[in-house]
Ligand binder design. Structure first.
Ligand code: ATP
Ligand code: MG
Length: 352
């Protein structure tokens, strides 16, 4: 399996170094060969090549099996550089990575306010209120007068169907429960269609229990009893907001993992940003990066029917769980270890 690895900005190079070591160790233990091709995008690429994304990099990624993308800083690009694409948004669009899969679970050893839980938010990644990311022309927000803006949302049958199917397929590998999160009582046409299509797709999965919850009630339920959820499927903006809530409920943003999956290609990406405030200090939590990489390998294993890569992914996840249980964590999780030391603990647990 060939993967392109882009360390990213801020804490990216530190957390990626640790994740790469863990990946290589798990790869040899599982007998699942990995060829990691290192490259640059974003700020590091801008400095070296004068552009955030090179043509030949896109080509190289297209030829590979998957992409491990580090966190990308966007906010300090100067006005001249702002024309440069944000790699994260660019890759999502270019490779049509329609499913943003964001797990949130409790870990033994990490104090939380709720019962233990284990859920996954499956967020539609290509349309909704952020539709202009995927439209050839125009913008989904219109300034009607200086004082009036109309924001439009695009919902299509095609995108509803494929995100619903991604959620049900995932549920089949888990506790077989899907909750549709929507606002069809107010957004009757768009969310009505989203919900109808999810229920249609549900009929293809008679073994999966389905229910639906209105998005505002969902926020309260997620806080009160997150343990009752397994897979949550929702439109773009609701998923964006809900997944930050569930990540926070699970203990630390430094654990927030995700993949962006298309039909034949996927990209792993920690759900947090580049955390410039703590960059270069060896204090960033590398577990989100390790977990995101493990999710990518699990996704590839299923796509290509290669169980040895599922084994690789499982080993990484178990080593991570064990490391957290031992309290060998960074300070965002109440520990005192550095990024590299957490990496050493993961390696030790992989080899145990
Ligand atoms: P960006 O513009 O790249 O999104 P940001 O300033 O918004 O950067 P985030 O990365 O979104 O920063 O992080 C928000 C907060 O969470 C920061 O205070 C950061 O230090 C903390 N944080 C994020 N990721 C981690 C991590 N892996 N380990 C420890 N703390 C983290
Ligand atoms: Mg941020």
């Amino acid at each position: 399996m060939q993967l392109v690895v882009i360390p990213g900005d801020g804490i990216g190079p530190e957390t990626m170094e640790v994740a790469v070591k863990a990946l290589q160790a798990a790869s040899s233990l599982a007998g699942a060969p990995l060829e990691l091709v290192h490259d640059l995008a974003g700020h590091a690429s801008l400095e070296k090549f004068g552009t955030t994304i090179r043509e030949d990099l896109v080509e190289k990624i297209s030829q590979s099996d998957g992409l491990i993308l580090g966190p990308m800083t966007t906010h300090d690009l100067n006005s001249q550089d702002r024309k440069q694409a944000n790699p994260s948004a660019f890759f999502r669009k270019h490779f049509d990575l329609f499913a943003n899969v964001r797990p949130a679970r409790t870990f033994e050893g990490v104090p939380v306010r709720s019962q233990p839980f284990d859920l996954v938010v499956v967020r539609e990644n290509t349309e909704g209120f952020y539709a202009d990311r995927n439209m050839k022309s125009g913008n989904s927000e219109i300034l009607v007068t200086d004082d009036v803006v109309i924001s439009m949302r695009r919902i299509t049958r095609h995108c509803c169907e494929r995100i619903a199917r991604a959620a049900f397929e995932l549920a089949m590998t888990r506790r077989r429960k899907v909750t549709i999160v929507h606002k069809s009582n107010v957004l009757k046409v768009g969310d009505g269609m989203f919900m109808d299509i999810c229920h249609e797709v549900a009929r293809e999965y008679p073994d999966v229990v389905v229910d639906d919850v209105i998005v505002d009630a969902m926020m309260a339920l997620a806080v009160r009893e997150p343990q009752r959820f397994d897979v949550l499927v929702t439109t773009n903006m609701f998923g964006d907001i809900l997944s930050d809530l569930t990540a926070e409920l699970s203990g630390s943003l430094g654990m927030a993992a995700s993949i962006n999956a298309g039909s034949t290609f996927a990209m792993s990406q920690a759900a947090h940003g580049s955390a410039p405030d703590i960059a270069g200090k060896n204090i960033a939590n590398p577990l989100s990066q390790i977990w995101s990489s493990s999710m990518l390998l699990a996704w590839l294993a299923q796509k290509h029917q290669k169980p040895e890569y599922a084994d690789l992914a499982r080993r990484l996840e178990l080593a991570m769980v064990q490391t957290v249980r031992q309290g060998r964590v960074t300070r965002d999780m109440g520990g005192s270890l550095g990024t590299l030391e957490v990496g050493d603990a993961v390696l030790e647990n992989l080899n145990a």
